[in-house]
Design a protein around this ligand. Structure first.
Ligand code: AMP
Length: 286
């Protein structure tokens, strides 16, 4: 089957509805494009679990605050389509902002819970309202049975799960592990902003997390000491400026002092002017 490309929500939804009527299950992979190998791991997971895979490519304006990188976010739709076709993706949904948010648009999904108030939510106050709104719309437009998200944005997974549960959306959410470069750097469309020296410096993110993970595996359970290990390693990199390092339960994102249940150790760091995030999940024994 040749890969379909839809730009209008109604056409995407009509096609998805016909697929469902034919008894096929639909897996959705939402993306903002500038696709890399990390996105492809989502496509593969979706293909494995669903009859039909729909990828969305949409730089969602409502999840960017003024002054963030909405305008300069990399857009390369043609290359994206080539990559998606090679993975055997069945359909791509690539709407214009005006098709998703036409004049008069006024219904937002505003998750009001612990999951949106900390970490990224504390730094980017409107971000998760934009994410929850667009993801809910995408799930409805594509009639998704399953939706695939990367652990790279673990907090996003927690927020989407909360949303799906609270709104009784009939979608199963799957989290796919972080895909990294050989250097350890988590793959990200924003890595394109990094100059060569910065790209090298950016390896400190995963290195610092690995240091804490190794200590955790060796028995360290103090959240304070695990966070301190990460901060210590980050402090050794002159090009890095820490935004936050935090350890919280996952997916509830509650504070912890001792890691006894599944927790998320997450960080956001500026390398030059580029803000990067990374994380590791520490599996508690409970
Ligand atoms: P984005 O295009 O950055 O909005 O990402 C789209 C989806 O791909 C999100 O669910 C991300 O978490 C996921 N993703 C991005 N980078 C990676 C990565 N390195 N490994 C796994 N998933 C990723």
């Amino acid at each position: 089957m040749k890969m379909k490309i839809f730009t209008m929500p109604e056409e995407m939804q009509a096609w998805a509805t016909a697929q469902k009527a034919a008894g096929r299950t639909i897996g959705l992979c939402p993306t903002m494009g500038a696709l890399h190998e990390g996105h492809m791991t989502l496509m593969r997971a979706a293909k494995e679990a669903s009859d039909i895979v729909i990828a969305s490519v949409f730089v969602n304006p409502t999840q960017f605050a003024p002054g963030e990188d909405y305008e300069k976010y990399p857009r390369q739709f043609r290359e994206d389509c080539e990559k998606l076709a090679r993975e055997g993706v069945d359909a791509v949904f690539h709407p214009e902002p005006a098709a998703m948010y036409p004049a008069g648009f006024g219904t937002y999904v505003t998750p009001d819970c612990a999951e949106t108030q900390v970490l990224e939510g504390a730094r980017r106050p409107i971000h998760f309202r934009g994410v929850a709104t667009v993801v809910t719309k995408l799930m409805n437009i594509t009639r998704a049975d399953r939706a695939f998200f990367g652990q790279k944005d673990a907090q996003q997974v927690a927020v989407v799960r909360r949303c799906v549960e609270d709104l009784n959306l009939p979608v199963q959410v799957t989290m796919v592990p972080i895909c990294r470069e050989e250097s350890g750097l988590a793959r990200s469309s924003r890595n394109a902003y990094l100059r060569p020296a910065e790209r090298k410096a950016a390896t400190v993110l995963s290195r610092s997390l690995r240091k804490a993970e190794t200590a955790f595996t060796a028995g360290e359970r103090s959240a304070e000491r695990l966070v301190a290990l990460v901060q210590e390693e980050l402090a050794g990199e002159p090009l890095a400026r820490v935004d936050y390092v935090a350890l919280r339960t996952f997916p509830g994102l509650q504070p912890v002092t001792e890691v006894r249940e599944t927790c998320l150790l997450a960080l956001a760091v500026f390398i030059g002017t580029t803000r990067l995030i990374d994380n590791v999940i520490l599996e508690g024994e409970a």
